[in-house]
Write a protein that binds this ligand. Structure first.
Ligand code: NAP
Length: 283
């Protein structure tokens, strides 16, 4: 029987620390502020944005929300981003993805000032992560690193296997594990002998987007299993890992829900605080 890595506990710990620092900044007359842009009316995006706003408010972070219609042009969106880039009261800017058809994600991401890019999607921040000299890392992989840290799970020298190579999760996850001296293998849809590769992992991260994709025969006895997946199966939220079967083999495992999910927003808050400190105090 494995230990459950409880994302609610770790995220509460991080948010608590962020709230304390936000309050200390406030005492120095510095407000911490996150601007969130939502274009269109995608229901999932609306929920994510509402949750981000709620988290900000709970931690004393000022939340500015900009809801734009589906018909927004690239020019209009870029003009808002430019305004927020130049607004000294705004520390972090996040444009909720995906964008409606007709708007180019890359153009929008590139327009956000790297100093305010709390999602860490700007090429400049991506490059900084590559060389291991960064202020922000993308929220989900950074949240996973926080979890490993909280549970004193060392990465050094471990065989780490990441399934998935998206720019948002898989690739930065592999880099963060590498920076912690893991021996990292990144797998994807063209990987051959996936089961063999995974079954050698001391730390296995699944970021595939397919329910119950990781089965017990892919997992080494005693492995740490991190499930990033957020899939709907028969109306229920489930991860990429067959939790019931894998939990008896893993030494540590994240559940879905209540695992990686809550970490993403916690790190977003932390990144916003980091941006506020950098912009106001230079630290
Ligand atoms: P994505 O962009 O769709 O990437 C999925 C990755 O899985 C791709 O690299 C793909 O390989 C790989 N893959 C697909 N089928 C495979 C197979 N049969 N064998 C091996 N690899 C395979 O997804 P994402 O944005 O990284 O997200 C992954 C999952 O995490 C989703 O369920 C998403 O909802 C969830 N997620 C959760 C959070 C959170 O806060 N918990 C945050 C972000 C994402 P190719 O590159 O070859 O296509």
């Amino acid at each position: 029987m494995s230990n459950i890595i409880d994302g609610k506990v770790v995220s509460a710990y991080i948010k608590d620390n962020v709230a304390k620092e936000v309050s200390a900044l406030k005492e120095k007359g510095i407000e911490t502020c996150l601007a969130v842009i939502l274009v269109g009316s995608d229901p999932a995006s609306q929920i994510y944005v509402a949750n981000k706003k709620k988290a900000c408010e709970a931690l004393g972070i000022v939340s500015k929300e900009f809801v734009l219609p589906e018909t927004t042009t690239e020019e209009e969106l870029l003009s808002l981003i430019e305004k927020l880039n130049n607004d000294k009261s705004v520390n972090g800017i996040l444009c909720q993805l995906p964008l409606p058809r007709g708007l180019d994600e890359r153009v929008v991401i590139n327009a956000i000032s790297p100093l305010k890019d709390v999602d860490a999607f700007h090429p400049s921040n991506v490059g900084k992560i590559m060389i291991g000299d960064y202020d922000f890392a993308p929220c989900t992989p950074a949240g996973i690193m926080e979890m490993l840290d909280y549970y004193n799970i060392s990465v050094e020298g471990k065989n780490c296997v990441v399934i998935g190579r998206s720019n948002i999760v898989g690739k930065p996850m592999s880099l963060l594990l590498l920076h912690k001296n893991g021996t990292v293998t990144t797998c994807h849809s063209r990987t051959k002998e996936l089961k063999e590769v995974c079954s050698k992992a001391d730390i296995l991260v699944a970021a595939v987007g397919k329910a119950n994709f990781v089965t017990a025969d892919m997992v080494k006895e005693g492995a740490v299993v991190i499930d990033v997946g957020m899939n709907r199966s028969e109306g229920k939220l489930c991860g990429d890992v067959d939790f019931q079967a894998v939990k008896d083999k893993a030494s540590f495992i994240t559940p879905v829900p209540g695992g990686v999910g809550p970490m993403t927003i916690a790190v977003l808050m932390k990144n916003t605080l980091t941006a506020a400190k950098k912009q106001n105090l230079g630290i």
